[in-house]
Design a protein around this ligand. Structure first.
Ligand SMILES: Cc1ncc(COP(=O)(O)O)c(C=O)c1O
Length: 448
């Protein structure tokens, strides 16, 4: 009752995402961003430990990106791709094709969820276009996340996020994902045996079931599922199984492409070529909402024909190909090249490796998973059982409040602290982030 009163007294009309509003009397009001820092109305500085939901590349207020927005805004703010085209969208499509092996076509949309909706629709319509009307099912990995719209929720079912909507989600065929902690509990298998078990389940099903249109998975790692990094050849083997069994391989690089895991195009470093792939988040450097879904020539060709055949893609958004977002993305990609960002990430990422022991020695820390510019740290009651810590408020609120005292902006996923800094963070700032995380975990531990 008190909590509800607090919200009413505060007259908070703004609904915050995935947030129990009664837990919050007030949110820090961010008025400025400077480099890696977010600055609130009282002048307090917070290091952006989650890259403003995993999308910020260069830090805030990067001059070249701000200027790109201004320059394009002065010329053309928006004109649709319905019957028209514009230079930034055309150039960006060309650039993305150049970066992405085997891809020939680009569809722009508004955010990661819509990019995945488009990917699913392209995959389903492809089979319809080529006359294989029985191929209508989608295979996925358990614990995946592809966004919060209904199609994206259906292919990425995470029970904690989506159970309220289950009755309206379409059904998918789900396969287990190799995780170290599952291997031990599953017939006491080693990690390698468990990976082979997961792959054999996929292979057996795809061989037998010719109703499967596509296999959809995150590329390189499951991010929202808690930074679950795939074993080295797992993704490659799935791509091979798909190819062998005539199933389209659809990758989601929205959170993991563009450098997050240490490579520009993650599927390239995984040696796995998709039929369809989506990019988002970092595409604009994290300054505007925008996303892209790319496909191969084979897929695109199936959409061509006479108008009366109705083979064209039945999808469109008002802001598809927005010229400001496209011009911004072009500038962002130019900066990746100019500043050798991918090489820089690979070097800076060593700071994480150097600090892993210091973090894992903390008494409420369970498993830690890390690759490139992301680390997931599980907060547990007991290192042996891996049971999440319990807290009166949500764990996110507990970590956020303690983190603020150490000048860090955190947003956890369940009991996992996500360290997902802007990609261009310096070694000094990354050390600040990790040291602040250690101090935050220690103070939480004292409070429990
Ligand atoms: C892998 C992945 N796909 C899709 C999405 C959805 O993106 P958006 O929040 O921009 O809709 C996310 C968001 O976190 C994501 O991590």
């Amino acid at each position: 009752m008190n909590n509800i009163c607090a919200v009413m007294k505060n007259q908070n009309h703004l609904w915050h995402p995935n947030t129990q509003m009664s837990e919050w009397n007030k949110f820090p009001k961010i008025v400025r961003g400077e480099g890696m820092w977010l600055i609130d109305e009282d002048g307090n500085r917070l290091l952006d430990g989650v890259a403003s939901m995993w999308c910020n590349v260069w830090g805030h207020s990067k001059k070249e990106l701000v200027n790109a927005i201004i320059k394009q805004t002065k010329k053309l703010q928006h004109a649709p791709l319905f019957n028209l085209t514009n230079e930034p969208s055309e150039s960006l499509a060309k650039k993305l094709i150049k970066l992405s092996p085997n891809m020939t076509q680009v569809f722009f949309s508004d955010n990661g969820s819509t990019a995945m909706e488009v990917a699913i629709k392209i995959a389903l319509q492809y089979w319809n276009n080529v006359g294989e009307n029985k191929k209508t099912n989608i295979a996925t990995l358990e614990n995946g996340y592809h966004g919060d719209t209904f199609g994206a929720m259906s292919v990425g079912y995470v029970p904690e996020f989506f159970s309220k909507f289950r009755s309206k989600l379409f059904s998918t065929i789900q396969f287990p994902v190799p995780r170290t902690i599952f291997a031990g509990t599953h017939k006491k298998m080693s990690s390698k045996e468990y990976e082979e078990y997961c792959l054999s389940k996929i292979e057996d099903k795809l061989k037998k079931d010719n109703s499967i249109a596509a296999f959809v998975m995150e590329s390189g790692a499951q991010m929202a599922g808690g930074v679950i990094i795939y074993p080295k050849t797992f993704q490659k083997k799935i791509s091979q199984i798909c190819k062998k069994n005539d199933v389209l391989f659809v990758l989601d690089e929205i959170a993991t492409g563009f450098g997050r895991l240490g490579s520009m195009v993650e599927y390239q470093s995984q040696n796995s070529i998709p039929d369809i792939v989506s990019f988002g988040k970092m595409l604009t450097g994290g300054y505007q909402t925008f996303a892209a879904t790319l496909t191969t020539k084979k897929i695109n060709d199936s959409f061509l024909g006479k108008f009366s055949e109705f083979k064209h893609l039945f999808h469109g958004h008002t802001y598809t190909g927005n010229p400001i977002a496209a011009a911004l993305s072009l500038k962002n990609i130019e900066l990746y090249e100019k500043y050798h960002l991918i090489e820089k990430i690979q070097k800076t990422s060593k700071v994480f490796e150097n600090k892993i022991n210091d973090i894992s020695n903390l008494d409420i820390v369970g498993e830690i998973r890390h690759k490139g510019m992301v680390m997931g740290i599980d907060l547990v009651q007991n290192k042996n059982s891996n049971k999440p810590i319990s807290s009166k408020t949500s764990i996110n609120k507990l970590v956020f409040d303690e983190g603020r005292k150490h000048q860090i902006y955190f947003r956890t996923l369940g009991n996992t602290i996500m360290l997902v800094p802007p990609l261009a963070i310096s070694q000094k700032d990354l050390n600040f982030l990790i040291d602040g995380t250690i101090c935050t975990i220690k103070s939480i531990s004292r409070k429990l």
